[in-house]
Design a protein around this ligand. Structure first.
Ligand SMILES: N[C@@H](CCC(=O)N[C@@H](CS)C(=O)NCC(=O)O)C(=O)O
Length: 238
């Protein structure tokens, strides 16, 4: 069977993994998860009891969670090096380093802003602290990422890699939360425009927007979430 990526909308970090699958060029399927509705259900808990996307159903039917684990699974199958570099090379090491930074410090810096947004009946003082702390964290991690960007078209070299796709699903949260001034990070801003212009990323964005883009042909269509849960979810105790 083809692997199936469960991606979240709106604004899921998993948009980057859709782009990575598309660029990898090997057959895959997608399953759409409404993060505001589906993830809270008991049924979704059978697929990922941490109630998060992304999730990959591997080609042998295993449930694999966590962006870094899924990216590693894709990298191991990227024998043509379309989204990665040969293991052990300096480029591969740098790609892993940037992916790790993006998936930890950079992504985590947005947490207070998400918490503030999702609080039910928040008191104004707590909201203010969360927002101020979140903005400070996001600004600090943007500055660190800006300093890590080299003089190459993409994060590592001349091609779109897993480092860029890991970044692009998350970076747009800065606009959503109105957390930074893009002009303060000219390298990152220009890099994001280049990444967003890549056909695989435009495909992933269109998928997230609910469109049916033609793409490369590697995507063999969507599988309803209920079917994925039924086929691959953990069985409930009787
Ligand atoms: N450590 C996880 C985090 C994934 C994550 O943050 N997913 C978000 C969407 S981008 C999510 O599912 N959030 C649900 C929630 O917090 O309720 C990974 O890297 O895959």
């Amino acid at each position: 069977m083809e692997p199936i990526l469960l991606y979240g909308f709106p604004l899921g970090s998993s948009m980057g993994l859709v782009a990575a699958l598309e660029q990898l060029g090997q057959p895959y399927r997608l399953s759409r998860v409404d993060m505001l509705v589906d993830m809270a259900t008991d049924a979704y808990g059978r697929i990922n009891d941490r109630r998060e996307t992304p999730v990959l159903i591997t080609d042998d039917g295993r449930v694999l969670t966590e962006t870094m684990a899924i990216a590693g699974w894709l990298e191991a199958r990227d024998t043509q090096r379309r989204i990665s570099y040969a293991p052990g090379t300096p480029d591969a090491d740098r790609m892993h380093q940037i992916m790790a930074f993006v998936n930890t410090g950079f992504t985590g810096s947005f947490s207070p802003l998400w918490t503030a947004l999702e609080m039910k009946n928040p008191d104004p003082a707590t909201l203010e602290i969360l927002r101020a702390h979140g903005r400070k964290s996001v600004i600090s991690r943007h500055a660190r990422l800006e300093a890590m960007i080299a003089d190459t078209p993409f994060l590592v070299g001349n091609k779109l890699t897993l480092a860029d796709t890991t970044l692009i699903g998350v970076a747009r949260w800065a606009e959503f939360h109105d957390a930074v001034d893009p002009a303060a990070y000219p390298k990152l801003t220009a890099l994001r425009r280049r990444i967003e212009a890549e056909p695989a990323v435009r495909f992933a964005q269109a998928i997230e927007d609910g469109q049916t883009p033609a793409g490369s042909g590697a995507c063999k269509g969507h599988v309803p979430l209920a079917e994925v849960i039924e086929r691959f979810g953990a069985r409930r105790a009787a």
